[in-house]
Design a protein around this ligand. Structure first.
Ligand SMILES: Cc1cc2nc3c(=O)[nH]c(=O)nc-3n(C[C@H](O)[C@H](O)[C@H](O)COP(=O)(O)O)c2cc1C
Length: 223
């Protein structure tokens, strides 16, 4: 059974209730800062796929454009009231076992709103959780945001970007009405990558439960 509800304007919480199936939770993040983005459309598309929903008891969708999170400032560390807006998304991510981040290539880079998001996340939110990167470009780009996230975005939050990623080029035509060969290929590749993510989600749960990840002593990664 599918229950679709909007708790507040920024979170689409899709709850798939099935008997005796997975209790894993997935959060999909749209990393664009503009409204009605392709990142948002593709993130929602992924959340609606049967091959994704069968692996999770809960799928949350966070659109960074709608969250209105401030840019990081000192108040974040002193629990300033302006950061109350972070509590609900943080809690959603903390409860997640896996994450998919949809990132558009902007000027050869990751959009600032997504860099800010990874800066806000700590080990409580993302530590030793698997993350699938889905990079998108309306042209022939898309590899730069993957390199950027893989080289920098994990250090202090300890997220685990899984080895496979997706690059959705010519993104306006992909996962849309058009039934092209490229679109069909990406569809199969999406199923492969999301299945892999689910297995990492199961496996990395035991890493977190082992207690080996000492976030007090080794809070920050080396650089
Ligand atoms: C400010 C801006 C910069 C962009 N720069 C690039 C780029 O460097 N390389 C590229 O392949 N596409 C670039 N694009 C195109 C985006 O990849 C494309 O529009 C994508 O659909 C944007 O996703 P969004 O709608 O989720 O923001 C840019 C788009 C914007 C808005």
């Amino acid at each position: 059974m599918f229950i679709l509800r909007r708790t507040v304007c920024w979170v689409l919480d899709i709850r798939i209730i099935k008997q005796g199936v997975s209790i894993l939770k997935l959060t999909i993040i749209s990393g664009s800062q503009r409204p009605n983005s392709d990142s948002s459309r593709i993130g929602r598309y992924i959340s609606e796929q049967e091959f994704v929903s069968k692996s999770y008891s809960t799928i949350n969708f966070l659109d960074l454009n709608e969250l209105n999170l401030p840019l990081w400032n000192e108040g974040f560390w002193s629990n300033d009231a302006q950061w109350d807006v972070w509590k609900e998304p943080a809690s959603i991510i903390q409860q997640s076992d896996a994450v998919i981040v949809v990132v558009p290539e902007w000027g050869g880079m990751v959009p600032p709103i997504l860099k800010n998001f990874f800066l806000l996340c700590g080990p409580q939110e993302l530590g030793h959780k698997p993350c699938l990167i889905v990079s998108i470009s309306s042209g022939r780009g898309g590899s730069n945001p993957i390199n950027e996230l893989r080289s920098t975005a994990y250090k202090n939050n300890h997220v685990c970007f899984i080895p496979d990623h997706l690059i959705v080029r010519d993104c306006k035509k992909m996962f849309a009405d058009e039934d092209s060969e490229s679109s069909q290929y990406l569809e199969r590749r999406l199923e492969f990558s999301t299945n892999l993510l689910s297995e990492y989600a199961k496996a990395l749960g035991s890493v977190r439960e082992s207690g080996v990840a000492d976030v007090d002593e080794y809070r920050y990664g080396m650089s």
